[in-house]
Design a protein around this ligand. Structure first.
Ligand code: SF4
Ligand code: SF4
Length: 316
């Protein structure tokens, strides 16, 4: 079995749908784009985006012995919303189940341990959408997919409903060719975004993105967005829902961890909830990130239809 075949078999056994291999070269253009994005203020209040460019650019600043980067993808698509109860807020599909950082992180650790049983000198570090490693950039370099105009990585046979993980390691592999951009003339995501957050193709302004505004944003939501959230109360899937690659290729995840029941948020559940209750209920869910205060703010924001339904002017 070649090193590639060994990794492919381990990744399949762990439930990953896609795997790709790239040499651990410097991410020059990708880091430059990120710098420009941050310099333009598109990261909004996410101050942590302003740091660790050296590690982002060169994974040898994360693992000095790095030779290769393995990119892994796992489908999380849990299905459609169906009928929504009145006043319910929608939850982005990635958060319907358990926290992917934990689920995917465990799988990465297990893969690394399995390799180290065969090869004790195998050194590795992994990342799941949290540390100073550019998971999307590596997924593109490793041939998982191309970066779509909505800034999601899209695979031509699977669409974009997948979590990404990155394993940096000190072994050489046969590297995977990159997949060219297939967005073409399509502008479906740009046209569908209700807050015009996709500025130019391939650039999302977090200041306007419902996903940022309902999760990472710790302040008030600008009244100018009232009536535009289309009932999204935690994250937003619109630019993925309309993508023709998802319409054609999405299939329900095999991972039970991501099929969970947090599809909607109903305001009455949160009325008398304490922070302790919230942590108990959402302790193993990405929803915890927004905190109880943030969820209440979001639900109040989407329930206020005053801009959509202005009071009629009095007749003279
Ligand atoms: S997540 Fe929603 S708000 Fe953000 S860019 Fe996509 S469609 Fe627009
Ligand atoms: S909706 Fe169209 S333009 Fe947007 S990411 Fe998908 S294919 Fe690309």
């Amino acid at each position: 079995m070649t090193p590639n075949q060994f990794l492919i078999s381990l990744s399949e056994a762990a439930g990953f749908n896609l795997i790709g291999f790239a040499p651990a070269k410097i991410l020059d253009t990708e880091t430059e784009r990120l710098r420009e994005w941050v310099a333009s203020g598109y990261h909004a209040g996410m101050k942590y985006m302003e740091h660790s460019f050296e590690k982002k650019a060169d994974v040898r600043n994360v693992l000095p012995s790095a030779v290769s980067v393995i990119s892994l993808a796992m489908n999380y698509y849990p299905g459609e919303f169906g009928q929504l109860p009145d006043k319910a807020g929608k939850v982005s599909r990635y958060a319907w189940g358990e926290d992917y950082h934990n689920v995917i992180g465990d799988k990465c650790r297990n893969i690394i341990r399995s390799i180290q049983k065969e090869d004790p000198a195998f050194e590795a570090a992994y990342n799941v959408d949290s540390g100073p490693v550019m998971d999307k950039a590596w997924a593109v370099r490793a041939g998982i997919g191309w970066l779509g105009k909505n800034t999601n990585v899209i695979n031509p046979k699977n669409g974009s409903w997948f979590f990404l993980a990155t394993i940096i390691c000190n072994r050489e592999f046969e590297y995977t060719p990159r997949i060219e951009d297939h967005c073409g003339d399509c502008t479906a995501c740009i046209d569908a975004c209700p807050t015009d957050a996709i500025r130019n193709a391939y650039t999302v302004d977090s200041n306007k993105c419902i996903s940022y505004l309902t999760i990472e944003n710790k302040g008030e939501i600008d009244a100018g967005f009232r009536g535009k959230f289309e009932n999204w109360s935690f994250g937003c899937d619109i630019c993925q829902e309309v993508c023709p690659w998802n319409i054609k290729f999405s299939s329900i995840t095999r991972a039970d961890e991501f099929k969970g029941g947090n599809r909607i948020l109903e305001p009455e559940i949160f009325e008398n909830m304490t922070d302790g209750d919230f942590k108990l209920k959402y302790g193993n869910s990405p929803i915890l990130r927004a905190k109880l205060k943030g969820i209440k703010r979001n639900l109040e924001f989407i329930s206020d239809k005053s801009v959509l339904s202005p009071k009629p002017e009095p007749l003279n």
